[in-house]
Structures are given as C-alpha cells and as structure tokens.
Ligand binder design. Structure first.
Ligand code: GDP
Ligand code: K
Ligand code: MG
Length: 298
C-alpha cells in the first residue's frame, strides 16, 4: 500500500454579508472563533480558521463580505476580501439559498473574472428551502461563472458539510502542516475577546448602532489562582449611541457584560472579571488614526 502524501492549502470564503460564512467556519473548526449575527458587516477583519485532519490541513480565511464600500472602514474591508483572492488555493463563493441571484452576487462574480483559482459555489441554508428551489438556483448560477463544482450545504445544521470538506481536500496538493494540530486560529486571544464583546453589542442594539462601534481591549491581566481581569472599551461615534449602549440605569451594558463574560470564560477556560467602558470617538470609521488604533491596519 502506498501512503497518501499530506496535503495542505488556503481556502478563502467570499460572499454577500449574512450568507453564513462565519457559521460555516465555526462549524468546521468546532469552536467559536468568528462571531456571527444576523447583521451585515459582523466580520471586519479576515479570520483564519485552521482545520487539521489526519492527512490534510485546510486553512480557511473568513472575509468580511464583499460589497460596495460606503465609508473608509467599508473600503478597508472590501480590499481585504479582494486581496486574499489571488493568494489562496481555492475560493468558496457562498450564497444564501433563500435569496435569488442579485446585484451583490454579480459584483462578486465580476471580481472573480480575472482570478485563476478554482471557485466552488456553496449554496448555504438549504435547510430553509424546497429542493425545487435548489435545482432552480443551480441552473441560474451555472450560467454565471465556470464554477469548479456546486455544493449545497447547511452550515447551521451540518448537512453535506463533510462532503464539502472531502471535495475541498481533493483540490489541495501536497504540502506542509502550517500550524500545530491544536491551533485553530491565527488570531491572538485579545482579538477574539474583543470580537465576543462586539457580538453581544450587535445582539442588543438596532439600526445604526451596530456598525458604529469598535471594541478595544485595554488589558487582560492573568494572576495565578485568581479571576482573569479583562478591561475593555466600547467605542461609539455619538453620545446618543453611548446612551443606548449603557441603557436605563446601565441595564443594557450590564446584559452585554454578563453575556460576553460567559463566552470569554469559555474561551479562556477560567473565571473572568470583565470591566466595560463606553467612550465616544466622533467619526472614527473615517479617521485613519483611529482605524489604526482599533486594529484595522492597512
Ligand atoms: P456571514 O455574514 O456570511 O459570516 O454570516 P453569519 O455566519 O454571521 O450568519 C448570518 C445568519 O445566518 C446567522 O443568523 C446564522 O445563524 C444564519 N445561518 C448561517 N448558516 C445557516 C444555515 O445553514 N441555515 C440557516 N437556517 N441559517 C443559517
Ligand atoms: K453577519
Ligand atoms: Mg461573518
């Protein structure tokens, strides 16, 4: 019997906001490394999720959704997504089975025109549709781009995800194990802690607030045999937003804090004392200095 060579490679996941990119990543990695919500622009930086199998290692890159940018932060996010396309071994273009082909998809397909990497069309959320609709979608999308393969899945419920992993694995060539088997993400703990807090703010707020916030982790203090102290600042653009996030007699901030603390404790495997502040920083999304300070490096 000849032994199969170890395979590895980088695969990026692109698609309109809310199609389920982060949900997929968390499912295959088996741990919450990318935050999810029903709001667009939840994912702002690229997140690498590392899946190590017996015979292969796949590094997934979860990108902020590709869409027409409206402000500097949006511009940064779109560039980030586009830049990864030429540097990976394969591309997963994920769509939401509940939605038809739209301008957002055309925009992404235009971006894919000059890319020489294999592109897989992933039709997600099949748990929400009738099989007839699936057939219809496949017919429409087949004409739009020479996809290497079309794979329907449910990232939420797990349908067909193992099959997709087999398909992707076949695509990879022989390569080294880039990351140790127990490492699931390239992001530092501090980043994920900030994201977990941002997720709770997104869950609690409506309309313009979600997109106007940044979370800055000022300190993570670990002392043996004690609770880990996490000090974080939620940055908003206007004082009205500060009021919303704090809530009546601090009720909303308290809820955000206790929900986030639970997730952070799971991540760090220790009891946590979370200190949360809210600060107004006018128009930070259009200010290069603040973008840098909040971790959106160009
Ligand atoms: P992203 O913006 O593409 O990263 O999308 P998210 O992963 O944040 O998911 C957006 C929303 O879609 C969340 O509310 C998810 O729970 C939901 N979602 C993701 N995948 C599925 C799926 O396969 N089926 C259903 N029913 N919902 C899903
Ligand atoms: K989202
Ligand atoms: Mg996401």
């Amino acid at each position: 019997m000849t032994e199969q060579p170890f395979k590895s490679g980088f695969i990026t996941i692109v698609g309109r906001p809310n199609v389920g990119k982060s949900t997929f990543l968390n499912r295959v990695i088996g741990q919450k490394i990318a935050i999810m919500s029903d709001k667009a622009q939840t994912t702002r930086n690229t997140i690498q999720g590392v899946l190590t199998l017996d015979d292969a290692q796949i590094v997934f890159i979860d990108t902020p959704g590709i869409h027409k940018p409206k402000h500097k932060l949006g511009d940064f996010m779109v560039k980030l997504a586009e830049n990864t396309l030429n540097e990976v071994d394969a591309i997963m273009f994920m769509i939401n089975a509940e939605e038809g082909f739209g301008r957002g998809d055309q925009y992404i397909i235009n971006r894919l025109e000059n890319i020489k990497k294999p592109v897989y069309l992933i039709i997600n959320k099949i748990d929400r549709i009738h099989p007839d609709k699936l057939f219809e979608l496949i017919t429409i999308y087949k004409d739009k781009y020479p996809f290497k393969e079309i794979v329907p899945i449910s990232a939420l419920e797990g349908n067909n995800v193992d099959h997709l992993l087999d398909v992707l694995k076949d695509q990879l060539s022989e390569g080294p194990q880039y990351y140790p088997a127990d490492q699931v993400t390239d992001h530092p703990e501090r980043f994920i802690v900030g994201e977990l807090i941002r997720e709770k703010v997104l869950e609690q707020t409506r309309e313009e607030v979600p997109h106007s916030i940044a979370v800055v982790i000022e300190d993570i203090e670990k002392n043996p045999d004690e609770k880990i102290l996490v000090r974080a600042v939620i940055v908003v653009e206007r004082s009205t937003q500060k009021g919303i996030i704090i809530g009546k007699q601090g009720s909303m901030l308290k809820k955000i804090g206790s929900d986030a603390r639970r997730d952070i404790e799971r991540l760090l495997g220790n009891k946590v004392y979370l200190e949360l502040w809210v600060k107004v920083q006018k128009d930070w999304r259009n200010n290069d200095r603040y973008l840098n300070e909040f971790g959106f490096n160009r």
